[in-house]
Design a protein around this ligand. Structure first.
Ligand code: GDP
Ligand code: MG
Length: 177
C-alpha cells in the first residue's frame, strides 16, 4: 500500500496542446487566475503556472504548462512533454482544421510520453454556437475512439474550464493511488 505521510505532496505536470489560437493560454489564465484576455499574444517566458487543488483532503499541485506559441511552427520540444502525466488536447469548435489536427497532437503526445497520461479532449469556444464548425457529437465520438475524456469549454464565459482541469487532475491522482 501507499504510505500515508503527514505533509505528503503531489505535483502533477499537465501540458496544454493543440493548434495556435484555439484558446490554450486563455483556458490556463481562466483556470489559474480567473482571467480572460482578448488580445492575448504568445507570452514568451511563462512556462507554467501552478494551481493547488484539494483531492481526498490532500493538497495536489497541478503544474500546467502552456506553449509560448511554438506550436505555430510545429516545434514543441520534447522538454515540454517531459514528465507530463496529464494533457488537455484543445481544438476550437469554430475551426475544423484545429479539430483535424487532434490526431497529430495525440501522436506527438504518445511519442514523447512513455507513462500513462490522463488525456482530455477539449472543444473550446463553445460560446460561439452561431459559428460552430464541429458538432458536439463529432467531438464526443473522437474522444470515445481515442479513449479520452471530453468536454466543450468556453474560456471566455468560464464554462466547464474548472471541471475540465479537475477531471484530469483527479484521473492522474487515481492512476497513482
Ligand atoms: P492559444 O494560441 O491556443 O494560446 O490561444 P489564445 O488563448 O491566445 O486565444 C486565441 C484567441 O481566441 C484570442 O483572441 C482569445 O481571445 C480567443 N479565445 C480564447 N478562448 C476563447 C473562448 O472560449 N471563446 C471565445 N469567443 N474566444 C476565445
Ligand atoms: Mg498561447
Amino acid at each position: 500500500g501507499k504510505e500515508e505521510q503527514e505533509g505528503e505532496e503531489y505535483l502533477f505536470k499537465i501540458v496544454l496542446i493543440g493548434d495556435s489560437a484555439v484558446g490554450k493560454s486563455n483556458l490556463l489564465s481562466r483556470f489559474a487566475r480567473n482571467e480572460f484576455d482578448n488580445n492575448s499574444k504568445a507570452t514568451i517566458g511563462v512556462e507554467f503556472q501552478t494551481q493547488v487543488v484539494e483531492i481526498d483532503g490532500k493538497e495536489v499541485k497541478a503544474q500546467i504548462w502552456d506553449t509560448a506559441g511554438q506550436e505555430r511552427f510545429r516545434a514543441v520540444t520534447s522538454a515540454y512533454y517531459r514528465g507530463a502525466v496529464g494533457a488537455l488536447v484543445v481544438y476550437d469548435i469554430t475551426r475544423r482544421s484545429s479539430f483535424d489536427s487532434i490526431k497529430r497532437w495525440l501522436e506527438e503526445l504518445t511519442t514523447h510520453c512513455d507513462t500513462t497520461v490522463a488525456r482530455m479532449l477539449v472543444g473550446n469556444k463553445c460560446d460561439l454556437e452561431n459559428i460552430r464548425d464541429v458538432s458536439i457529437e463529432e467531438g464526443r465520438s473522437l474522444a470515445e475512439e481515442e479513449g479520452l475524456f471530453f468536454m466543450e469549454t468556453s474560456a471566455l464565459e468560464s464554462t466547464n474550464v474548472q471541471t475540465a482541469f479537475e477531471i484530469v487532475i483527479r484521473e492522474i491522482y487515481s492512476n497513482i493511488s
